[in-house]
Design a protein around this ligand. Structure first.
Ligand SMILES: [Zn+2]
Length: 403
């Protein structure tokens, strides 16, 4: 996954040295300073396997109450569309009701279950957004649940406050009042208590305008939090340009982004997070402008967008496969999208996403003949072992629970 390298940056007959959870050496085994047993206390032989960076799911909403399979069943029977159902009281607000009604234990239990699905496929870092509570208590409960997931499982959790996801029912006639609450109360409190790493907003005609989102991202910047933006998913609302203007780490979705929006992302150093699960699940009509991203050098990440309404996708490998088949990424672009570029989208590029000296020893070990197979088998799981911070799942008690 080294930038600009040939053939996935592959090192055949490779060796990796790990100490204190960090990669200390990487190269060909033949270039080691001596026989491995003279250099290391513990040796793991991985004959016939490929080792990639641990996978990073950089965009999920995996903590929520209930699910929307009923709404899904009605929609596929032709009763309404995603947007018309949202107007009829289904959609995000039905998940808001279910999440507000859920206890912390229920949220933690279902969140752990979903995260285990990701871990089983080699994920070592996952981003989790709030945004199904919209009131103070439920948003805090969601973010604290995300923290609990990181405590309970060998995975690093990055937490994002998505208060500007939808207007809550109690503020339907007072958009400004809700944005005051998000920007003047919630964001400063979350920054002060360290409960969130970043802030996100849903820039869309059915959610918040570019000006409203600018206000939210400005508050994030003032509070010293990172920013992401749900941008241009269903219409071109100028979201990509706004994300770039605000110095966001990523702009996500981007189906309707124009070339000038792509140019802004490139100039702003903003990653494009592509979410083919939502595109597939909503039978969307327009693909994101992949050619423009390539031409202008915008790094493309891929993520599950795991959420109950538009992307109930529990597999990052499936998202990788869909990124290739539906969006036209090459298999190596897809793998970059769930490793190096996903790290970039979370601002973690200095410490993970590649197998490189100084990076955290987060690794996925695969029973495949070539890493292109990760984009090829759909629904299969060739993971043989996973290493999180230098510790192998096979060597730990809760590795059993993960696998
Ligand atoms: Zn999302």
């Amino acid at each position: 996954m080294r930038p600009g390298s040939e053939d996935y940056g592959a090192i055949r007959g490779g060796a990796i040295g790990v100490r204190d959870g960090t990669i200390q050496w990487v190269g060909r085994e033949a270039d080691l300073a001596g026989p491995p047993d003279t250099l290391a206390r513990e040796i793991k032989e991985l004959p016939g396997s490929w080792v990639t960076p641990g996978l990073i799911d950089c965009h999920t909403h995996l903590v929520f109450g209930g699910n929307r399979s009923e709404e899904f069943e009605r929609r596929v029977a032709g009763q309404g569309t995603y947007l018309s159902q949202a107007h009829d009281g289904d959609g995000i607000l039905s998940t808001v009701r279910a999440t507000r009604a859920a206890t912390a234990d229920t949220l933690t239990e279902s969140g752990l279950r979903r995260t285990r699905q990701l871990i089983r496929e080699g994920v070592t870092t996952v981003e989790i957004k709030s945004g199904y509570g919209l009131d103070r208590d439920t948003e805090l409960r969601t973010l604290d649940t995300a923290s609990q997931i990181g405590v309970g499982l060998p995975v690093d959790v990055r937490k994002t406050y998505l208060g500007a996801h939808s207007l809550p029912p109690e503020f339907l006639d007072d958009r400004k009042g809700y944005l005051d609450f998000v920007t003047l109360e919630m964001i400063p409190e979350l920054a002060k208590t360290g409960r969130a790493h970043a802030v996100d907003a849903f820039c869309e005609t059915v959610a918040f305008s570019a000006n409203e989102c600018r206000r939210v991202l400005l508050a994030a910047r003032d509070a010293g939090l990172d920013a992401h933006l749900h941008a241009d998913q269903l219409t071109d609302g100028g979201g990509a340009a706004l994300a770039a203007e605000m110095g966001a780490l990523s702009a996500d979705h981007l189906e309707y982004t124009t070339e000038s929006g792509v140019r802004a992302l490139a100039e702003g150093g903003c990653a494009a997070v592509l979410l083919p699960g939502a595109y597939h699940f909503l039978s969307a009509a327009q693909r994101p402008p992949i050619e423009h991203f390539r031409t202008h050098g915008v790094p493309m990440a891929l993520a599950t967008d795991m959420n109950p309404g538009s992307s109930p996708v529990l597999s990052l490998l499936v998202a990788l496969g869909l990124g290739v088949t539906l969006f036209g990424l090459s298999p190596v672009e897809g793998l970059e999208g769930v490793t190096r570029h996903a790290a970039l989208a979370l601002g973690l590029q200095g410490g993970r996403g590649q197998i490189e000296v100084g990076m955290r020893a987060d690794l996925a070990i695969w029973d495949v003949d070539h890493p292109r197979e990760l984009a090829y088998w759909m629904g299969g799981n060739p993971l043989r072992d996973r290493v999180f911070g230098g510790v192998s799942d096979q060597d730990t008690a809760d590795g059993g629970a993960c696998r």
